[in-house]
Design a binder for this molecule. Structure first.
Ligand code: NAI
Length: 674
């Protein structure tokens, strides 16, 4: 997009092609010989632009021009050729290929005239001067861009600005010669310079976040190029954890608007407001800022999350940056610090609740559907109590998904498929696995439900699949004997898992160790927020039951993980396949190295988004999510699997996203969702 007119290039090539073909047919078919109608027909835009650049008093201008020109050139019947003055040398050098090298011989009148004559012979008069697009700059009579600020607008527009990357030709065409430094740098050189300055010692992650924001505000092309080239290092800056720090003080860091804010004060106007966004949109990330990462309610500051997430969509899957829209729905905040912050830019009032809240979300979804019916909406960082109800309410009517619920579940399932591959099994062998899951909160039940869906997808009946799960919460094993209060959040999700544990062997409230001893699980999952819940005894049991047990302490942050990588490796002699929600170092025990994997939703959402918008899916089905999960481990070679790696490297994200997108599209087509 940054190389001015790139999208128009095919059209131009086509037009020039026609003209060249006409010329080939007969050498006299120059633009002037073809006549005005032909030129207008073939180059309507160029012709109009040319006419605009010709001064009104054309006759007197021509007379002045003739007066200046060397006699030989004055005889030319067509457009004026470049004067053979030394002033024109630089321009001519540019026309010779933009090398910027000056040609000494060109400054000699004789040589220039000879060259002009040769060119006229070669191309016919008029043709050569048309070839020299800079002819207007070569004499004072004609001005490149007399009545537009196009060049300045380009410099100030982060989508088009190239900083020090403009070539001489672009500077000429845009009329910005002299407005940017003389030397042009390649995008690789620009990236290297910024990367170097960003990695100066002493720069904190927040410094880097600010630098990246500033870059995005002035030169998006360079921003995304840098992000793509250094995705492993920059994803944690652009997104979690650094973006969390930025969200804490987003009002103070605010420099330039990005995305759209829909507030409780705008209710009734969402539909009209959508039209304030002028470009077509394919992907929307929306948050209500009620549970930003692990930081709680940050209100309108949640915009930082939507922006960061969409940056990863662009970098990870090559989604057109002009077609993404970060949104925040500001329905107030219950964060006392923000309510009393004089510079907080969101609504300083308590959050809407209940029906009022749901009505605002519904209005937003309806407005999106009206404006961009095919856009994908990704719900991000909604509080637990709202996340699942909103998803259930809209997932069957709108192309949408919730990354915290579904994205996370897909990544965990991808890890399970990866572990199956590492132990020489197929995805279908998920039906033979037994899961012990600690934590029956929204994360735990979201994961359990999705694993259950995958088992059903691979052939088990729902009842058979439920029996493969042992769910343990703070009170111990959940069985059919557990009393649930109607209306309690998440109760409906837990009930079928509880109902499947009804035999005499499993007793209500059984301790984790006893459950593991009894169930002999192949996979141990933690979403309990309880550090050390996977005791040495539990881990040793897992090592005794399985040659390569899959141990997944998913609770965040690191301090809440159910066990450390070191504990898992020590208890299993390094045989465990380990994947955590937080980062851990790999551990070597008695010469065996246990690789510490970390699940990351980044493996999923860019490819999922790309696939759904490319195939034009009407909804995101569980089958499509399962297809995404199966596609991810396909990136692991035998050596990586043998090392216990169950996720590929993040720096392969572009390729991963393509495969995920392809798998999602294939499944969507199979389900007739395109
Ligand atoms: P939550 O507070 O809603 O649920 C916690 C659950 O753990 C409850 O069911 C509770 O009864 C249970 N629990 C508490 N103590 C226990 C114990 N001693 N033994 C067994 N169970 C116990 O929390 P939520 O939202 O479900 O999140 C849980 C964790 O999962 C958080 O740390 C969160 O960061 C993490 N998470 C991780 C993700 C990942 O991809 N790694 C994604 C989403 C959440």
């Amino acid at each position: 997009r940054n190389s001015f007119g790139l999208r128009r290039a095919p059209l131009r090539v086509f037009r020039w092609g026609i003209l060249l073909a006409l010329r080939k047919a007969h050498p006299s078919n120059t633009p002037s010989a073809l006549g005005l109608p032909w030129v207008l027909a073939l180059f309507p835009r160029n012709a109009m632009a040319w006419f605009r650049t010709v001064p009104r008093d054309a006759v007197s201008q021509l007379a002045r021009h003739l007066h200046r020109r060397p006699p030989a050139a004055a005889n030319a019947t067509s457009l004026p050729l470049p004067p053979s003055s030394s002033r024109a040398t630089g321009v001519r050098a540019f026309a010779d290929g933009g090398s910027g090298k000056s040609d000494d011989s060109a400054s000699q009148p004789g040589a220039a005239a000879a060259r002009d004559g040769a060119k006229k012979q070669q191309y016919g008069s008029g043709w050569s001067s048309r070839k020299h697009k800079c002819r207007f700059a070569e004499n004072d009579m004609m001005v490149m861009h007399p009545d537009t600020n196009r060049g300045i607008e380009v410099l100030l527009n982060p989508i088009y600005n190239k900083g020090t990357g403009f070539s001489l030709g672009e500077k000429e065409r845009l009329g910005i010669r002299g407005l940017v430094p003389p030397r042009g740098f390649s995008i690789e050189q620009q990236c290297a310079k910024i990367w170097e300055s960003m990695n100066h010692s002493g720069k904190t992650n927040m410094h880097k976040w600010r630098s990246m924001q500033a870059l995005q505000d002035r030169n998006e092309t360079l921003f995304y190029r840098l992000l793509v080239d250094h995705i492993e290092e920059l994803a944690p800056i652009i997104y979690t954890p650094t973006v969390g720090e930025a969200c804490l003080e987003y009002s103070r860091l605010f420099r330039r608007p990005r995305g759209m804010y829909f507030s409780a004060d705008d209710v009734g106007h969402f539909n009209a407001m959508m039209y304030n966004w002028k470009t077509d949109v394919s992907v929307i990330v929306v948050t209500d800022g009620s549970r930003v990462l692990g930081l709680g309610d940050l209100g309108a500051h949640g915009m930082g999350i939507s922006v960061g997430k969409l940056d990863l969509y662009v970098a990870g899957a090559g989604i057109d940056p002009s077609k993404v829209l970060p949104c925040v729905i500001d329905i107030g905040t219950d964060n006392e610090a923000l309510l009393s912050d004089p510079y907080y830019f969101g609504l300083q009032r308590k959050r809407l609740k209940g029906e009022e809240y749901i009505a605002v979300i519904d209005e937003f979804i309806q407005a999106v559907k009206n404006r961009w019916p095919e856009a994908l909406v990704q719900f991000e960082d909604f509080a637990t109590e709202h996340a699942m109800p909103i998803l259930k309410r809209h997932r069957h009517n709108v192309l949408c998904f919730n990354d915290d619920i579904q994205g996370t579940a897909v990544v965990v399932l991808a890890g399970v498929y990866g572990a199956l591959a590492a132990t020489g099994q197929d995805p279908a062998d998920i039906t033979k696995q037994t899961f012990v899951l600690c934590g029956a909160g929204s994360a735990g039940m979201g994961i359990a439900n999705f694993l259950h869906t995958a088992m059903v997808h691979h052939g088990l009946t729902p009842e058979e699949a439920y029996e493969r799960f042992y769910v343990v919460d703070v009170k111990g094993l959940i069985t059919s004997a557990r009393h649930f209060k109607d209306g309690e959040p998440g109760v409906n999700d837990i009930r079928p898992f509880a109902a499947s544990r009804h035999n005499k062997v499993t007793t209500e409230g059984m301790k984790l160790e006893d459950v593991v001893r009894l169930a002999k699980p192949t996979v141990l999952l933690g979403a309990s927020t309880v550090s050390g819940l996977f005791t040495e005894e539990v881990l040793q049991l897992m090592g005794e039951i399985n040659h390569r047990p899959l141990i997944m302490p998913l609770s965040n942050p690191t301090s809440r993980a159910e066990c450390t990588a070191a504990a898992a490796a020590a208890a299993t002699g390094g045989r465990a396949i380990f994947s955590a929600g937080s980062p851990f170092e790999s551990v070597t025990v008695d010469g065996t190295t246990m690789h510490a994997n970390q699940g990351n939703n980044f493996y999923v959402f860019p490819g999922l988004g790309l696939g759904t918008i490319l195939v034009g899916a009407d909804r995101i089905s569980d089958g499509m999510l399962n297809a995404a999960a199966e596609a991810i481990p396909a990136f692991l070679d035998d050596a990586a699997l043998a090392r216990g790696e169950i996720y590929p490297r993040i720096n392969q994200i572009r390729d991963i996203s393509v495969k995920v997108a392809a798998a999602v599209m294939k499944q969507a087509v199979a389900e007739g969702r395109e």
